[in-house]
Design a protein around this ligand. Structure first.
Ligand SMILES: Cc1ncc(COP(=O)(O)O)c(C=O)c1O
Length: 437
């Protein structure tokens, strides 16, 4: 069991406080009446096996750290795939949620609520656009973006009925719904889930010429991750996104940037597109927009595009609910200060400097930007999963992808010491694995 092997000295490691800490969160540690093994067995028996979790049972979290049911602490270097950019139990976000919990949490969009207006106004301003379509999960934002692009194609561009196509990139990850997996090239995401939704064309990621060649008169949109997250933090050539912007504008095709993982501070800027001076037509946002508290996602764009939707054509019972809007507004206000983007830039440089020193010592390549790193482990040394298990034993939570890649994406509130400490744990893990060969 991992809980037996985790380093007990971790308890003494400095607790990272949230950047804007005011009051300590009143997290209650669940009583150790049920063993971690029993909790894992319960989940395995009654939760569908669509995940393969590492063997740690988390009970509480604060800042960049989580604590398991046995009281051992771990540095969270996954941050719920960037949903926890602002840290666990962020006091500002918790305060916003608590205040709203005591007022009203759900009205449906059948009525107005007093939180949605301020939230969409602030988010539109942050993105430099004028309209927001609020949803809940990332996949819903992607689905919504696809529907908006198709409706725009038929109603504004004049594409013939049911002929619209959307261009996507090889290696993409945009979620798990039936339409979204229809344009995935990851067989494990698709096998036995067909038939699939037509209307998508896949081109190589990073190749602007191939993308332009795939455009025809029925192309309504190009849908891309500015940095491919699940593919292993793949950063395209610097000229790629500007070229996509130029090509899509010239062909009157919408550029939809899926910033669900890359956006909202992770890369050191509000949007990864900002890093190369690109403004897409639609931003797809999610994850960190809900502050790690509630699912909040959004499509953000201008009224000449989002305005194609009319009442009754699209919706979600929970989308834009007052609790989500209150938390989302608090998130947007935090980002508006620029403090988190600055921190991700500085700590990201530190993380990447530390990781690049491991290349040639069990690491083949490191990619990424800001506090986001994809690390290719030498496959001759160990699979990514084994490295993640060894990191877990040393008190670091990380996640493997595509066999031999691991990704690090700690909450942006992580301290410089913690960043150094995580890199050192990885160095020790690689040294141990090399020694065991
Ligand atoms: C780029 C991107 N788009 C969409 C999604 C789907 O988000 P969700 O899991 O909230 O549906 C993810 C999830 O990892 C993602 O990374």
């Amino acid at each position: 069991m991992t809980t037996e092997t985790a380093n007990p000295t971790l308890k003494e490691h400095d607790m990272t406080t949230n950047l804007t800490a005011e009051a300590a969160p009143t997290a209650s540690v669940s009583p150790a009446s049920v063993s971690p093994a029993a909790l894992i067995a319960q989940e395995s028996a009654h939760a569908a096996h669509n995940y393969h979790p590492l063997e740690v049972v988390v009970a509480t979290g604060d800042g960049a750290w989580v604590t398991d049911v046995a009281g051992r602490r771990y540095l969270d270097c996954l941050a719920a795939y960037s949903a926890v950019n602002f840290g666990h139990s962020n006091p500002v976000l918790l305060a916003a949620a608590r205040a709203q919990l005591g007022r009203i949490t759900l009205t449906s969009r059948a009525f107005y609520n007093d939180q949605l207006g301020p939230f969409v106004t602030a988010l539109a301003e942050l993105a430099g656009k004028d309209m927001v379509l609020p949803m809940n999960t990332g996949a819903e934002a992607v689905e919504s973006g696809i529907k908006v692009a198709r409706a725009w194609g038929y109603r504004v561009k004049g594409v013939a009925p049911d002929q619209a196509n959307i261009i996507v990139a090889a290696g993409n990850f945009h979620g798990r719904t039936t339409t979204i997996i229809s344009f995935s090239d990851d067989e494990s995401a698709r096998a036995d889930f067909g038939p699939f939704t037509p209307g998508f064309r896949t081109v190589p990621y990073g190749d602007a010429a191939a993308l332009e060649a795939a455009i025809d008169e029925n192309t309504v949109a190009v849908l891309l991750e500015p940095i491919q997250g699940e593919a292993g933090i793949v950063v395209p050539p610097a000229a790629y996104l500007p070229a996509v912007r130029e090509i899509t504008t010239r062909h009157r095709v919408l550029f939809i940037a899926d910033e669900i993982q890359s956006g909202l501070g992770r890369t050191g800027s509000t949007f990864a597109c900002d890093l190369v001076g690109v403004v897409p037509d639609l931003y797809l946002l999610g994850k960190a927009l809900g502050g790690g508290i509630v699912p909040v996602s959004a499509v953000v764009g201008n009224a000449d595009i989002l305005g194609v939707l009319h009442p009754g054509e699209h919706g979600s019972t929970f989308g834009g609910n007052p609790l989500a809007a209150a938390v989302g507004l608090a998130v947007v206000k935090m980002l508006a200060s620029g403090e988190y983007q600055q921190r991700a830039t500085e700590l990201g440089a530190r993380l990447h400097a530390g990781l690049s020193a491991l290349v040639g010592h069990g690491v083949v390549e490191v990619r990424g930007v800001g506090l986001w790193a994809g690390i290719d482990i030498d496959p001759a040394l160990a699979p990514g999963r084994v490295v993640c298990e060894a990191l877990l034993a040393r008190g670091v939570l990380a996640k493997d992808t595509h066999g031999s890649t691991i990704r690090l994406a700690p909450p942006i509130v992580v301290s410089a010491d913690d960043v150094d400490w995580a890199v050192e744990q990885l160095r020790l893990v690689l040294e141990d694995l090399a020694g065991a060969k």
